[in-house]
Design a protein around this ligand. Structure first.
Ligand SMILES: Nc1ncnc2c1ncn2[C@@H]1O[C@H](COP(=O)(O)OP(=O)(O)O)[C@@H](O)[C@H]1O
Ligand SMILES: [Mg+2]
Length: 608
């Protein structure tokens, strides 16, 4: 068992400083990482009040020697690195020797531990970093149990910043779940109060583990492994198929050398490949685990080690792209992939063109900020994003990468008409057809009006829902047999808190089993219930949202995506849209109608 020592000042000065314990999730992360570093194959986490009053992490790892128990709470005490050289080839999750020191400073901490070769267990107790006593204790088997009570008891200002129990437990699961996905041979459990939130035993293969933890269908996941021995790189991908569609990137996981990380470039390229088979505004599920020589990764750039810098990141992205493309192509999606592969770039650019002219897009607060970001420094020229069709890829005022400005339709021409003018002309317009089951074309002298049928349907539904909610008369559809929807552990927690609120939206939902809910009624106009539930249960707790936000989330992409409309239906959409209070933007701020004037077309054909 490695012994603990205090790092020398010259190493300390090289370490990105300042472990910050911000919230219960930070404590859970540090303690679970310590358990993993200790080689445990069983790790249990117990929480009370989302960790605010109790966090207990127990493992069956190698334990801590009696003599080391006092030292582990000293700043920079670690058993994981020794020399400066070790900093460049870190194989453990921890190495700074700061976590226990920082936690003990702001909580009551007890550590019980028994190494296998020690006869009895020993315990140590500290309050606010002081006042410790050290005595023998009974301990079942071998390993370590760390108990953290009354977090921030001596720093009330920080305690005040803690969020609701639901929000904090959400954060804890965000931290905890990735480790459970990565280590399918380890038994993990997490209980919150009396509720067992997660309990998974060892299983062969990551697909099984992902299915267990995220409540997914195993048949919709595939695993791809590839070693590149000449470069000492190995890659393990678990790829969800096109049936796992999420409205956010909440089922996307990246691991580098056993560490859950964020890496914009990898995330970007993976999503790009999926764009070939996924409908717009939906995100796939994937877990990318790569192992590279430790000296090629800098985990020392950020104190929480969440962001890592990888040498040759572009090559890794290229490898991931090609593995992902191949895997999706050979798994029954070949038709879609090959068709898109030849047209992909053009389609992507066209998509982006259509999106970009809506230069006054305001983003809904539901959309995470990173979804708006564009990572142009992600790769070499050939891999550089052309357009992330389907994402809100282009922040306000930004042009397409590659300076393709020349194609742009100037905003002034598109929005030439004033609002009421447009409304009355839309009323008199004649339907001439639809394009791509997405756009409805109407004609009026000297202009073509294009309605985005999906955006328009969202606006119509949203206003109807709001009106009915205000009157308390939601029109609902009663389902003969309930629709069953599997949720992630996080979504289940949010749902439990929000179920009464969902009733006011016309969604009558009960729990079916631990991971499944049963929807019995839904608002008449909403179609895709699974998507609706995902939208409602993601992000800020729905239980606290006002009815407008709820309606907006419920409507988000849950109506009429890709439906073929008959001319009568198309005209009906237009008529309903005209009646809306705010007909020209969808609830998320995108335009519902654009106008192509004859002047504009003449200009494009150089007729003026
Ligand atoms: N669960 C555990 N099992 C075994 N040893 C542990 C455990 N938790 C902490 N330790 C010991 O305490 C030391 C200090 O832990 P920590 O403050 O988290 O720093 P670090 O993980 O960066 O070394 C570790 O290096 C390790 O030797
Ligand atoms: Mg640690």
């Amino acid at each position: 068992m490695p012994r603990v020592h205090i790092l020398k000042p010259e190493i300390v000065s090289k370490i990105a400083a300042g472990e910050v314990i911000e919230r219960p999730a930070s404590v859970v992360k540090e303690l679970v990482e310590n358990a993993l570093d200790a080689g445990a194959d069983t790790i249990s986490v117990e929480l009370k009040e989302s960790g605010k009053t109790l966090i207990m992490v127990k493992d069956n790892g190698h334990g801590i020697e009696q003599d080391d128990l006092k030292t582990i709470f000293t700043r920079h005490a670690t058993s994981k690195i020794k020399d400066i050289g070790d900093l460049y080839s870190i194989r453990s999750l921890g190495f700074r020797g700061e976590a226990l020191y920082s936690i003990a400073a702001i909580a009551h901490v007890t550590v019980h531990s028994k190494p296998e070769e020690q006869e009895t267990g020993w315990g140590i107790h500290l309050r606010g970093g002081e006042d410790f006593h050290n005595r023998p204790c009974s301990f079942n088997g071998h390993g370590t149990e760390v108990t953290v009570k009354e977090l921030f008891f001596n720093t009330p200002a920080r305690k005040k910043f803690l969020k609701s129990n639901t929000a904090e437990i959400h954060q804890i699961l965000n931290i905890f779940i990735p480790y459970t996905l990565l280590h399918n041979h380890i038994r993990f459990s997490l209980t919150h109060g009396h509720k067992q939130v997660l309990n998974v035993g060892p299983v062969p293969g990551r697909v099984n583990r992902m299915a267990d933890v995220l409540n997914l269908n195993k048949q919709q996941l595939m695993e791809v492994k590839r070693d590149f021995p000449e470069r000492d790189i190995s890659v393990n991908l678990v790829l969800g198929d096109m049936n796992i569609k999420r409205t956010r990137r909440d089922m996307q996981f990246i691991f580098v050398n056993g560490r859950p990380v964020q890496n914009k470039a990898i995330g970007f390229h993976m999503n790009q490949v999926y764009r070939l088979i996924m409908p717009p505004e939906t995100y796939p599920c994937f877990a990318v685990a790569i192992n590279v020589p430790p000296e090629n990764v800098d985990v020392n750039i950020h104190p929480t080690k969440r962001e890592v810098k990888i040498k040759n990141e572009q090559d890794i992205c290229a490898i991931l792209r090609s593995l992902c493309e191949q895997a999706l192509m050979t798994s029954g999606h070949a038709k879609q992939v090959t068709r898109h592969m030849t047209q992909g770039t053009r389609e992507d650019v066209e998509q982006a063109l259509l999106r970009t002219h809506a230069s006054d897009i305001t983003f809904d607060s539901d959309v995470p900020p990173e979804a708006h970001e564009i990572t142009t420094d992600a790769g070499p020229a050939s891999l550089r994003p052309t357009a992330e069709a389907g994402d809100y890829a282009y922040p306000r005022g930004q042009s397409l990468p590659g300076g393709k400005q020349g194609f742009f339709i100037p905003k002034n021409d598109l929005f030439a008409a004033k609002k009421d003018n447009l409304q009355s002309r839309l009323e008199q317009s004649r339907y001439i057809g639809n394009f791509s089951n997405k756009y409805l074309f109407f004609e009026i002298e000297r202009s073509i009006l294009v309605i985005d049928q999906h955006a328009a349907a969202e606006r119509i539904t949203y206003e109807q829902l709001i009106r009915q909610m205000e009157k308390g008369t939601i029109e609902v559809q009663h389902l003969l047999s309930p629709v069953l929807i599997k949720l992630t552990p996080q979504e289940i927690l949010v749902w439990e808190e929000a179920k009464d609120k969902l009733e006011t939206l016309g969604l009558s939902v009960t729990q079916w089993d631990e991971e499944t809910i049963a929807v019995h009624t839904h608002p008449l106009f909403l179609k895709d219930l699974e998507k609706t539930m995902q939208n409602l249960l993601a992000g800020d707790n729905i239980a606290k949202c006002d009815h407008e936000t709820m309606a907006r989330r419920a409507c988000r992409s849950s109506v009429m995506a890709g439906d073929k409309l008959s001319p009568e239906q198309a005209k009906h959409v237009r008529d309903q849209l005209i009646k809306c209070l705010d007909p020209f933007t969808c609830p998320h701020g995108r335009p519902t109608v654009i106008e192509l004037t004859q002047d504009f077309l003449d200009k494009q054909f150089l007729r003026t």
